[in-house]
Ligand binder design. Structure first.
Ligand SMILES: Cc1ncc(COP(=O)(O)O)c(C=O)c1O
Length: 373
């Protein structure tokens, strides 16, 4: 099938770029002797997870149990849940433990105690990592407090749990405005984790794993001594934010949206058929804060974007694009849009179209989309 035969909007994944992105990150991890555990929330696709595992990834990472269930069904047998799953879900989690090597993060004593009680009752042992807040200020224990190491020791002593180590996510790297700032965040993250691991080891508690993960910091974290594992996710596709953050070039971005101009109500305004239900409402991050809801390629076959086309507003099904009056775009014309944030875009469609130039080579189900519980 040719691209021209597809109705729009469609989420396209450039096969060669995807493969290159997966190869490059695996090569970096292998070179630096780090284990790569990609976060599958970006693609939510068992087919792409298999490509990552075939290249040397030692497992995958998921947020929600529902995602992990999909990947376990597809044969992924080593899954880390880097999200604070509520013990309410114990029965589901225990069932999953029978199908995959599972590990979970904990950062709160009550939650850890509840998981411990559940596991003792079931006669099972759950691998856990303590989530550490390295500056994002979302989840995680505060490593600066004197009792942080004692908290980790408490977890290590709980029945039914097996402490594997420490885990962090430097999500604040997405707010960095320069490559240097991003590098500093990765260095600080590694230093904070090394320091806490040393303090925990001084209490006679083994820390076998130090897991870090975010696409903007991955290239710097790989060079640090402390991390044993990298968990980037977005790198499979990259997007406009990653380009602005310096993690990738425009020509690395594998995911884009094929759209059609459905109206041109004014000479300087064109309407695309991809609204917030396709592009999402996420704005771009990174240096210069790129404006609008995506970068438009007026010729879907070209690799040259047109920055004068600004996706100013989105309705659910419309993208309102400001254009120059001499734009050649007319109703019926097709464009490609590079989204600001690829992970949320793939989550909005049942399948992505794997493309080689103008040929659609496959349709990959986004099998774990919508698995938010
Ligand atoms: C806990 C955790 N680990 C890893 C990742 C992957 O980071 P990125 O999306 O920058 O690749 C995320 C992303 O949200 C995350 O929340």
């Amino acid at each position: 099938m040719r691209l021209a035969d597809l109705p729009t909007p469609q989420v396209l994944v450039d096969q060669a770029r995807l493969v290159a992105n997966l190869d490059r990150m695996q090569a970096l991890a292998t070179k630096r002797k780090k284990r790569l555990r990609p976060h599958a929330k970006t693609h939510k696709s068992p087919a792409i997870a298999r490509m990552q595992l075939a290249r040397g990834a030692m497992g995958i990472c998921c947020a929600k149990l529902g995602e992990a269930e999909v990947f376990a069904d597809a044969g992924c047998d080593d899954i880390r849940l880097a999200y604070p799953i509520a013990p309410f879900n114990a029965a589901r989690l225990r069932a999953l433990m029978n199908r995959a090597r599972l590990s979970l993060i904990v950062d709160h004593q009550d939650v850890a105690d509840a998981w411990s009680a559940e596991m003792i009752r079931a006669g099972q042992t759950l691998d856990v990592l303590v989530k550490v807040d390295v500056g994002f200020h979302r989840c995680g224990i505060d490593p600066a407090t004197p009792d942080a190491a004692a908290f980790v020791r408490h977890i290590a002593r709980l029945g039914g749990l097996r402490l594997r180590g420490l885990l962090s996510h430097a999500g604040h790297a997405y707010h960095s405005t320069s490559t240097a700032q991003c590098a500093t965040i990765a260095q600080q993250e590694a230093e904070v984790l090394r320091d806490l691991a040393d303090r925990v080891r001084a209490l006679d508690v083994a820390i076998e794993e130090v897991s870090v993960g975010a696409t903007p910091t991955a290239r710097f974290s790989a060079a640090e001594a402390a991390p044993t594992e990298l968990r980037p996710g977005n790198y499979a596709y990259y997007d406009r934010s990653q380009v602005a953050l310096g993690s990738a070039s425009l020509d690395d971005c594998a995911l884009s949206v094929l759209a059609t101009i459905v109206s041109r109500p004014a000479p300087d305004r064109v309407i695309l058929d991809c609204g917030s239900k396709t592009l999402s409402s996420d704005l771009a991050r990174g240096a210069g804060h790129p404006t609008g809801h995506g970068l438009v390629y007026p010729d879907p076959e070209s690799t040259v974007p047109d920055e004068t086309l600004v996706v100013e507003r989105l309705s659910e099904e419309h993208a309102i694009v400001r254009a120059t009056r001499d734009t050649k775009l007319r109703p019926g014309s097709r464009v490609r849009v590079l989204p600001n944030h690829a992970c949320v875009v793939s989550n909005l469609v049942d399948c992505v179209r794997l493309v080689d130039g103008q040929t659609v080579v496959d349709s990959l189900p986004v099998a774990a989309r919508g698995r938010i519980t």
